[in-house]
Write a protein that binds this ligand. Structure first.
Ligand code: BDR
Ligand code: CA
Length: 314
């Protein structure tokens, strides 16, 4: 199978780290052109340090480029209550790797335009960089085959009653991206609240001898304090869904529907308004909204990827 060219745009972030490990575990499937960072869960300095630290930890030569310092218009509001002061639950990564570029937007433009084939973007943070990319360099649009996004929800939110964090953090950027007509797969809360781990999965990782699985256990143990569902028995690993979909789309139920973003103030801010009316049939040109997942298989495959990476990285 031909490898998919991807760029992961992220704000690590505990679940971002797990998603990056999962992608790194599948270099047979992905040609990772780079990792770009965006302010979200923590400041751009901290999330970039975390991306670089993780790549050092994985002995990886994947390029890291630093992106936007904050949302297009709004004030930035880091999610320290979920991801901790350093953004990765106080975990200390080694720091030997240096930044490839301090401009994620031109980095993405160059990587996309120089790539032989099409490129898939995997945004798992606020959509600031992606909005800037498509507005500043529209020539990339033809070369992007898909955006596999973690963000939004058709019903309810996590940061507010109506909004999911990534979209709420920069609603104007999200509006630009959802209105762009680019092919989008949306891993929103509808599905990511069932994409994750049980308490025992994390306890087992904590006991692991492998350095990557143990690190994931430590940061997810922290995550359990701030992001959990089902009376604290289950923690979503939201961002991993955007990667999982690319490898195992068959795990998911979905519907195509129009999605736009509420850019108002107060309660409506960042709400992804999706037309869920069942009597309307929308074709494939509309975003593919993931509505369900095979949780058992998702867990199994994510665990397999993480433990498998222990064997690959020494
Ligand atoms: C999203 O918000 C962030 O805190 C997580 O990293 C994830 O991307 C979940 O709403
Ligand atoms: Ca994230």
């Amino acid at each position: 199978m031909e490898k998919r060219n991807i760029i992961i745009d992220c704000d690590p972030g505990i679940d971002d780290v797990v998603a990056l490990c999962f992608a790194a575990a599948h270099l047979d499937k992905f040609n990772i052109l780079g990792i770009t960072t965006v302010a979200g869960n923590q400041s751009i300095e901290k999330v970039t340090e975390n991306a670089l630290g993780l790549m050092s930890f994985l002995n990886s030569d994947i390029k890291v480029a630093r992106g936007a310092k904050g949302p297009l218009i709004r004030e930035k509001r880091p999610a320290a209550h979920v991801h901790g002061e350093n953004g990765v639950g106080d975990y200390q990564f080694p720091h030997t790797k240096t930044l490839y570029s301090n401009n994620a937007i031109t980095f993405m433009r160059d990587a996309i335009m120089e790539c032989d084939g099409k490129v898939t973007l995997v945004p798992v943070g606020p959509l600031t960089n992606i909005a800037l990319l498509i507005k500043t360099f529209p020539e990339v649009i033809e070369k992007i085959d898909l955006l596999s996004i973690m963000g939004g929800a058709t019903f309810g939110g996590n940061i507010t009653a109506t909004a999911e964090f990534n979209v709420w953090a920069d609603p104007e950027a999200a509006r630009i991206v959802f209105d762009s007509k680019l092919p989008i797969v949306m891993s929103g809360l509808d599905v990511t609240h069932s994409c994750g781990f049980f308490r025992d999965d994390v306890n087992n990782m904590l006991k692991s001898e492998g350095k990557i699985s143990r690190m994931c256990g430590e940061i997810l143990n922290y995550y359990f304090k701030g992001d959990h569902v089902n009376n604290g028995t289950f923690t979503p690993v939201h961002d991993a869904s955007a990667i999982m979909y690319l490898i195992h789309p068959e795990l998911y139920a979905f519907r195509h529907m129009p999605v736009t973003v509420d850019c108002s103030e107060e309660l409506g801010r960042g709400n992804t308004i999706a037309d869920v009316r069942e009597w309307f049939e929308y074709d494939k040109t509309y975003p593919k909204v993931l509505t369900g997942v095979d949780l058992e298989k998702f867990r199994e495959l994510l665990l397999e990827g993480i433990y498998g990476l222990d064997e690959k990285v020494r």
